[in-house]
Ligand binder design. Structure first.
Ligand SMILES: *Cc1c(COP(=O)(O)O)cnc(C)c1O
Length: 372
């Protein structure tokens, strides 16, 4: 049996006609950059997420960059974030000449540990940038409370968490600005790159919208130094179709997570493997189903050999990347992040998996541990 980590064709097959009709309509219109299709998607996503404003941009990485730019983050500023995330979270900070300041994660959820933030806040701290890793929201009440008290802003990296919520509020409506990615492997994936910024502040959404077109509101008149980071009409049309199916896909992922838990329990694997934990109040949308595994790399190679696709998100914490040597962090600085990098393993979780697939993944994992 073959169980890939993700099978986008299985998702596409049943919606092929709908998607093709949307693509054809854009081709007939021959309007490709921003325009009414993008506006329609922005409005639908703002409604879905429960934020007042949504601005379509070229990628999740740009959503982060533009959000930081809208807050005026620049050289000399500090932004508090985590070292256990995708590179773009931290890269966006340094690209603006600001300094990423790390706090460690909670081992149980892989998300920012709010108890470590206060000690890192300085007069230069402009923002806190928590990540809703794997599809589960960070502890936003605690993070917001510190931010409010210290007069700093909160940007959510919600790139893996569209549709996730915490105490009934959705990712992207929990901070001052929310950043989303439509990279094909995300829960709402386009046919290429794309991203979105959400906010409840019209001033911030207006600034992001101006920054994404070279800081220009009136053509060839530039009030800010912005960039080209536009969402295109084809992506918007495809994403608008896919948005209608998003909740059903997320439910499928959640169902699979529950089934994995049953299967892992039945095979008595819980001494070798730690399953993902959902924090109270969170609706987890499982962009990834990430376990901690003993002998992770050997297990991964074994699963690959038996036809099961897995991935390590992420094998090298960012404070130990060679491009961040200048920050002066050593091994041991963030033990929970370093340990997660050694133990985390993401298993196939996409909605179209069958019970046979899930059983096979767990059975194969069990057969590895019976030999090791
Ligand atoms: C995917 C992702 C991004 C970047 O999104 P792109 O659209 O690929 O630029 C940023 N942060 C996290 C946590 C992500 O998973």
């Amino acid at each position: 049996m073959k169980v890939p980590l993700l099978d986008l064709r299985a998702q596409y097959q049943p919606i092929r006609a709908e998607v093709m009709a949307a693509i054809e309509a854009v081709c007939d219109e021959q309007g490709f950059i921003l325009g009414p299709r993008v506006v329609e998607l922005e409005q639908a996503l703002a409604r879905y997420i429960g934020a007042s404003h949504a601005v379509g941009v070229a990628s999740g990485s740009d959503a982060l960059l533009l959000s930081l730019m809208a807050l005026g983050v620049g050289p000399g500023d500090e932004v508090i974030t985590v070292p256990f995330t995708f590179f773009a979270t931290v890269g966006s900070i340094s690209r603006l000449g600001a300094k990423p300041v790390f706090v460690d994660i909670r081992p149980e959820t892989f998300n920012m540990d709010p108890s470590q933030i206060e000690g890192k806040v300085t007069a230069r701290t402009k923002a806190i940038l928590p990540v809703h890793l794997y599809g589960q929201c960070a502890e936003m009440e605690a993070i917001r409370e510190i931010a409010k008290r210290r007069g700093i802003r909160v940007i959510e990296d919600a790139c893996q968490a569209i549709g996730a919520s915490r105490n009934g509020v959705q990712a992207g409506a929990l901070g001052d600005l929310g950043c989303f990615s439509f990279f094909p492997s995300k829960n709402l994936g386009g046919f290429g790159d794309g991203g979105l910024v959400t906010t409840n502040e019209s001033r911030l959404s207006d600034t992001v919208a101006v920054l994404r077109v070279h800081g220009s509101r009136v053509r060839y008149v530039h009030e800010l130094v912005g960039m080209n980071s536009r969402l295109d009409a084809l992506q918007a049309a495809i994403l608008r179709v896919k948005l209608n199916h998003l909740d059903q896909w997320s439910e499928g992922r959640r169902r699979n997570a529950v089934r994995y838990e049953q299967l892992f329990r039945e095979t008595k694997l819980l001494e070798r493997v730690t399953l993902p934990r959902t924090d109270g109040g969170n609706r987890h949308v499982f962009n990834q189903f990430t376990i901690r595994a003993q002998k992770r790399d050997e297990l991964r190679a074994y699963l690959k050999d038996k036809g099961v696709g897995t991935e390590v998100y992420y094998p090298v914490p960012l404070h130990l990347q060679s491009c961040y040597q200048e920050l002066g962090y050593r091994k041991g600085a963030f033990p929970a992040s370093e340990r997660a990098a050694e133990e985390a393993l993401s298993l196939p979780i996409y909605a179209e998996l069958t019970d046979d697939h899930l059983s096979y993944v767990v059975k194969t994992t069990a057969s590895f541990y019976s030999r090791h």
